[in-house]
Design a protein around this ligand. Structure first.
Ligand code: MN
Length: 228
């Protein structure tokens, strides 16, 4: 393909054990999907329907590159998340069929300008500047489900400079992965290359320049990056 202007290649993520990469089409994110995180953000976690927001595909930071501290915030927060990588598209996918649409899983961090997100919430404005900024989506290598199956339990954790700040289990998801895919696919036709960040457990908090972040989901992998 040639273009009339200089243009980056499509963003992609590494795949564990493969030379070929996982192409990224869209990045969907689920809001408030762990009860303890909903509570820490001041909400009642009774099963309100899942809600979604998006980050641009180009906001991805592939495996373990440095993350620049973003502009116009003084409250950059980390949110460690289980990420689902869609392999086969579909609309109105039944929860019972959802797992067959998954290529694999990864560990990601939903970086958030909490101050801008808070202002947007207060004003009833969109979340894009709080959530969808450049380099807001560090994602580790995608691990094929063909290798690890479909984990529905396992520790999810994040350390800042070696100190654990988030510590939960993916079995605490309010809406589990099949339910998220079922609901999201009624709003959008899911396509190969779509990533879904499934939400974060409690313990979100600020990052500073110079911080070293390491997080993981047991059975899937880890991600490490520095804020620079
Ligand atoms: Mn999140």
């Amino acid at each position: 393909m040639s273009y009339v202007i200089p243009f980056d290649e499509n963003p992609s993520a590494a795949v564990e054990g493969e030379e070929a990469r996982y192409p990224i089409r869209r990045i969907f994110c689920v809001g408030r999907n762990y009860a303890d995180h909903a509570r820490e953000m001041g909400h009642d976690p009774d099963r309100e329907p899942p809600f979604f927001f998006l980050k641009p595909a180009w906001s991805i930071v592939a495996a373990s590159a440095d993350v620049p501290y973003p502009s116009r915030t003084s409250d950059l927060h980390h949110e460690i998340e289980l990420v689902v990588a869609i392999g086969e598209g579909g609309s109105d996918i039944a929860a019972g069929d959802a797992l067959s649409h998954i290529y694999g899983y990864a560990v990601g961090v939903d970086l958030t300008r909490r101050d801008l997100q808070g202002e947007a919430k207060k004003m009833g404005r969109p979340w894009d500047t709080g959530k969808g900024f450049d380099a807001s989506a560090p994602v580790g290598p995608v691990v094929p489900a063909a290798k690890i199956g479909h984990p529905d339990a396992g520790r999810i954790w994040l350390d800042v400079n070696g100190k654990t700040t988030q510590d939960g289990d993916i079995n605490q998801l309010i809406w589990n992965v099949p339910e998220v895919i079922a609901d999201l696919s009624t709003l959008f036709r899911l396509e190969p290359g779509d990533l879904i960040f499934t939400g974060t457990p409690a313990g979100v908090g600020p990052l500073q320049r110079g911080d070293k972040v390491t997080g993981g989901v047991d059975g899937i992998g880890e991600i490490t990056f520095a804020v620079v």
